[in-house]
Design a protein around this ligand. Structure first.
Ligand code: CDP
Length: 229
């Protein structure tokens, strides 16, 4: 019998390891990994660079018409990278300057409609792992496997601090902590598609799990899904 591919969604709090697990699963299963957060970060970068007034509806609509988002494979390491209007922005969108504004911009209805439409099109052929905040609730409510990730707050702060410190040694633990708390608050309190666990999502707390252990756990859930592999 032909193997049937599924859709796997991974939602959860900022910096709790969603993308690490999503990449691991995609590699293991031969699936496509889509980082939906990168899309909101790239839109934010465009707004910041072009001084878009995102409190003005017409300005937002106009700006979105000038934004083309694409994921392209990096042939050196096989990872998928975010392109904004043909420019590789994978590195610059991880900056704290973008992180400080992204949740405000991701809360705008038109911005979400713009991104969600493209995300749904990417999942049309299945065989996809997508991580974000509303993937299991809004983007793919019928996904076969939904995970909701969480981890202890201080562990999340330390993980993100180490990632950012490698790029910018001036970053402080307090700045990182404030940014994560700020984003988690806005993401879970916004009107449109707030971060919440889908009713049928499995909770994965990886506070004390190694990447290898979290992958093994997730693969055990994948193998329980009929039609997978
Ligand atoms: O820092 P982390 O990797 O946890 O976040 P991200 O996945 O890069 O997402 C950055 C921001 O984009 C989030 O804080 C949300 O405000 C927004 N986002 C969203 O609203 N919906 C998604 N599906 C993905 C991200």
């Amino acid at each position: 019998m032909a193997n049937k591919k599924i859709i796997i969604t991974i939602d959860g709090w900022s910096s709790c390891g969603k993308s690490t697990l999503a990449k691991q699963l995609a590699r293991e299963l031969g699936y496509v990994y889509i980082d939906s957060g990168a899309m909101y970060r790239a839109i934010t970068l465009y707004f910041l660079r072009n001084h878009t007034n995102w409190n003005n509806h017409d300005d937002v609509i106009d700006a979105l018409q000038h934004i083309k988002l694409e994921f392209q494979a990096n042939h050196k390491n096989g990872s998928s990278e975010m392109y904004l209007n043909g420019e590789n922005v994978e590195y610059v969108i991880r900056d704290l300057v973008v992180a400080e504004k992204v949740s405000e911009i991701a809360a705008i209805k038109e911005v979400r409609e713009f991104a969600v439409k493209q995300q749904q099109a990417m999942g049309a052929g299945k065989g996809i792992v997508m991580d974000g905040r509303d993937i299991g609730t809004v983007v793919f409510p019928n996904a076969e496997l939904k995970l909701f990730m969480t981890a202890d707050n201080e562990v999340r702060v330390k993980r993100r601090y180490h990632e950012l410190y490698e790029k910018n040694p001036n970053v402080t633990m307090d700045e990182v902590r404030q940014n994560l708390e700020h984003r988690d608050y806005i993401d879970s309190h916004r009107e449109v598609s707030p971060l919440r666990k889908a009713e049928d999502a499995i909770v994965l707390d990886n506070t004390t799990l190694t990447p290898k252990e979290q992958l093994a756990l997730a693969l055990s859930w994948v193998s329980e899904k009929p039609g997978e592999l």
